[in-house]
Design a protein around this ligand. Structure first.
Ligand SMILES: Cc1ncc(COP(=O)(O)O)c(C=O)c1O
Length: 417
């Protein structure tokens, strides 16, 4: 099997597997007073520090969660509730602070969380449009913040789009929110391991005051070669969130529950390794990505690349290629390529087993046909030139068959009409 779906999850690094298996043998609850507990605690806290170092943060600012989705939920709901309490008010009335500014084309971890706050908590969503390359419209965001910053509970957005790979102008967004005195959460789950992340550096560069600008950032271990089942929210010291989970008061009372020492140790091993070779790995991945993009354009000239392409990891994730194939269903292509031994993704969600057109492409102003015919091919740490060649070799036949199926489906619906 040729695996080119690293954005969904990437294989665990051998070092992360080794760290996991070694740490599984450690006995003791890190909250226990005895020496076994303290030994587990040492390993946990060292892991926290090591992960923090790869994110330009301090260990104390890392809140471990069960996955990236939980980190996003904790950031959005936690900041929302905190900003609605009297304790969270620096100025203005918490009751009127109900707007959440969120770009179109976010991951469902964000979309569904925000929709839940609308349905159950009286939140108001202000959707910030994307441009044709998938970048948030900074002018619209700035206008919304200018219009009435006091009514904004938070801004939340992706650092990089998990579907089309567009890297967002996060420094400008961090500056705008810092100036407006509004907290910003970044979902960096797709970006982590592919672009340098420096939370303190970004706060300094944007003159972020306490509790505003970039205050929270989500990451997930299984996207960088660590284990599934552990994520983290980087929560700036100046930021407060209402916890979603109550109990033993672990992790500054922000996320109660016995912590998974082995998963944390494994996450730390992956994070450290990925950070130590970030430049070399991302340069190598970008070369493979560009070769793949050029190859697709050769074999299927009407394939349309989504997003921008710049050098290395400047405007697009180095591991991401994303195309629309006119006249084809992305799902047909996916199944045909899978049958040919190549694993890729459409990148977008299914609703009860029925493929949906990509909401990200729709937000970029593309047609529904384009949004249905999308394929995401993602390169990771272990990918090689022969993976790319195998994909390019399998694509023409899969494309021809998917195009025939598309034509037949359109003819049938025309007959029925
Ligand atoms: C941008 C983004 N946000 C959130 C998530 C959810 O992360 P997890 O799978 O760790 O829950 C993903 C995973 O696909 C993602 O790519």
């Amino acid at each position: 099997m040729v695996y080119l779906d690293h954005a969904a999850t990437t294989p665990m690094l051998p070092e992360a597997i080794e760290a996991l298996t070694a740490a599984l043998a450690v006995v003791g609850n890190p909250s226990s007073i005895h020496s076994a507990g303290q030994q587990a605690k040492r390993l946990l806290e060292e892991s926290r520090e090591r992960i923090a170092a790869t994110l330009g943060a301090d260990g104390i600012e890392i809140v471990f969660t069960g996955n990236g989705t939980e980190a996003v939920n904790l950031a959005i709901k936690g900041i929302w509730w905190q900003r609605r309490t009297v304790a969270g008010v620096a100025a203005g009335s918490p009751a009127s602070r109900r707007r959440i500014l969120v770009p179109a084309g976010e991951h469902h971890a964000t979309i569904d969380t925000v929709e839940w706050l609308v349905a159950h908590e009286g939140a108001e969503v202000v959707e910030i449009p994307l441009d044709e390359l998938g970048r948030v419209r900074l002018d619209v965001l700035a206008d919304e913040l200018d219009r009435d910053a006091a009514s904004v509970a938070l801004v939340t957005m992706l650092w990089a789009n998990n579907e089309v790979g567009t890297i967002e102008p996060v420094e400008q967004v961090a500056r705008l929110t810092a100036q407006a005195g509004v907290p910003l959460h970044l979902d960096a789950i797709a970006a982590y391991g592919q672009v340098p992340i420096d939370v303190h550096g970004l706060r300094r560069a944007t003159d972020a005051p306490r509790g505003a600008g970039l205050v929270a950032l989500s990451v997930s271990a299984h996207k960088i070669g660590g284990p599934a089942g552990i994520g983290a929210l980087v929560l700036d010291r100046s930021a407060a969130v209402e916890p979603l989970i109550h109990g033993g008061g672990q992790q500054r009372k922000v996320r109660s529950g016995t912590q998974d020492v082995a998963a944390a140790a494994s996450f730390a091993a992956a994070a450290e390794l990925v950070a130590s070779r970030l430049d070399a790995d991302t340069a190598r991945m970008a070369v493979l990505r560009d070769r793949l993009i050029a190859g697709v354009r050769d074999v299927v000239p009407d394939a349309r690349l989504s997003g921008d392409i710049g050098p290395g990891a400047s405007v697009r994730l180095p591991g991401n290629a994303h195309f629309s194939f006119p006249g084809c269903e992305g799902d047909s292509l996916l199944f045909l390529l899978d049958a040919a031994g190549v694993a890729v993704s459409t990148g977008s969600a299914c609703q009860a087993g029925v493929p949906e057109p990509s909401h990200v492409l729709m937000a970029m102003g593309r047609s529904e046909a384009d949004a249905r015919g999308a394929l995401r091919i993602t390169i990771g740490h272990g990918s090689t030139g022969s993976d790319v060649d195998a994909f390019l070799a399998a694509l023409p036949a899969a494309h021809a068959q998917a195009a025939r199926a598309g034509l037949a489906a359109r003819a049938t619906s025309f007959d029925r009409a």
